[in-house]
Ligand binder design. Structure first.
Ligand code: SAM
Ligand code: SF4
Length: 318
């Protein structure tokens, strides 16, 4: 599927729930978000039917996200269903890692290829503060289990937050020295909760290069990756910098998103949505609405001009 600017769209990010077992300060309000009616959320069968249509249209890479995907009932059977679509060559998942230790083996057996784990601090007190109650040890044990069962290569996602984890950059980078793990720093995006945060919290990813000047740029093997990759001299892993604010990567964007409510978004930073759930339930043409939405995909986002998305990441699907 090509969009109107000739970009090949082959990557679907699928939010399977807007619920979460954590309350990260930049993503969720303290009291959580309003619960959706059961019927407002796509069923597992509906998700699978929509994925089938996407695969026919050329999607070959699928990532499950949320909310926290591991709290969705039936996730293992959903992965089994999705992995049966022979057009999919990469089926990945992004998680906070809390339930990973218990679920890694079943996820792997169901057909999941690999995982990204979000981890913003290596200090248990700071981790608990930012996630409003998460236990760092659970995540670390989850990562170990994921390695053991072969949900690899593992990528750690670290949102860089001024005054919170800017003093941990060297420690995160050091994880890539002896292990073939990717640590990716992500710039804090002014979405939902964060739109009102102080500018003091926003740090450009250049900060990582200033803190660790020995990092050397390398060529990424994945051409459409939003990350610019670096390596420590002799390092086994990689350090990725994902910089949606200071350095757009829209010209190679290959992705499209589906929310847990069945709304298709052609860009994370747009408020525009296309209602696939209604089309599906009214037995309309999914293909038509998908093709139409892709034809509307903009050349680039404009968050730096103050066009912020009003929903939180947990609702959009990060
Ligand atoms: N619960 C899972 C997790 O935390 O990995 C998946 C969903 S979460 C919304 C996906 C990613 O979005 C996480 O890595 C999280 O850190 C990131 N995220 C959420 N809000 C963000 C923001 N305002 N700016 C940058 N990244 C954000
Ligand atoms: Fe939950 Fe992930 Fe959002 Fe944290 S970032 S509140 S773990 S959805």
């Amino acid at each position: 599927m090509k969009d109107s600017y000739g970009r090949e769209v082959n990557y679907l990010r699928l939010s399977i729930t807007d619920r979460c077992n954590l309350r990260c300060k930049y993503c969720m309000p303290e009291g959580g978000i309003e619960k959706l009616e059961h019927d407002a959320i796509l069923s597992l069968e509906e998700i699978d039917e929509i994925v089938g249509e996407f695969v026919e249209l050329g999607i070959n890479k699928v990532r499950l996200t949320g909310g926290e995907p591991l709290v969705r009932n039936g996730i293992i059977s959903l992965i089994e269903k999705i992995s049966r679509h022979s057009g999919i060559t990469d089926l990945a998942l992004t998680t906070n890692g809390i339930h990973l230790k218990a679920m890694a083996k079943d996820l792997k057996n169901a057909g999941l290829t690999r995982i990204n784990v979000s981890l913003d601090s290596l200090n248990d007190k700071k981790y608990a503060t930012m996630t409003r109650g998460g236990k760092l040890q659970d995540v670390l044990e989850g990562i170990e289990m994921a390695k053991k069962v072969g949900l690899t290569p593992i990528k750690l996602n670290v949102v860089l937050i001024g005054g919170f984890n800017d003093d941990e950059v060297e420690n995160f980078v050091a994880l890539t020295k002896d292990e073939s793990i990717d640590v990716r720093f992500i710039e804090l995006m002014p979405i939902g909760e964060v739109a009102s945060w102080s500018l003091h919290n926003f740090l450009s990813n250049d900060y990582v290069l200033k803190k660790v000047p020995s990092l050397r740029k390398i060529t990424a093997s994945e051409p459409a990756s939003p990350a610019a990759y670096y390596q420590l001299p002799g390092g086994k892993g990689r350090v990725g910098l994902i910089s949606p604010i200071s350095c757009k990567f829209c010209d190679t964007c290959n992705r499209i998103r589906l929310t847990s409510e069945g709304q298709l978004k052609y860009c994370l930073h747009s408020n525009e949505e296309f209602d696939l759930r209604t089309v599906l339930r009214n037995k309309g043409s999914l293909r038509e609405i998908i093709e139409h939405s892709i034809s509307q995909k903009p050349l680039e986002h404009s968050i730096e001009e103050g066009n912020f998305v009003s929903k939180n990441m947990v609702q959009v699907g990060g």
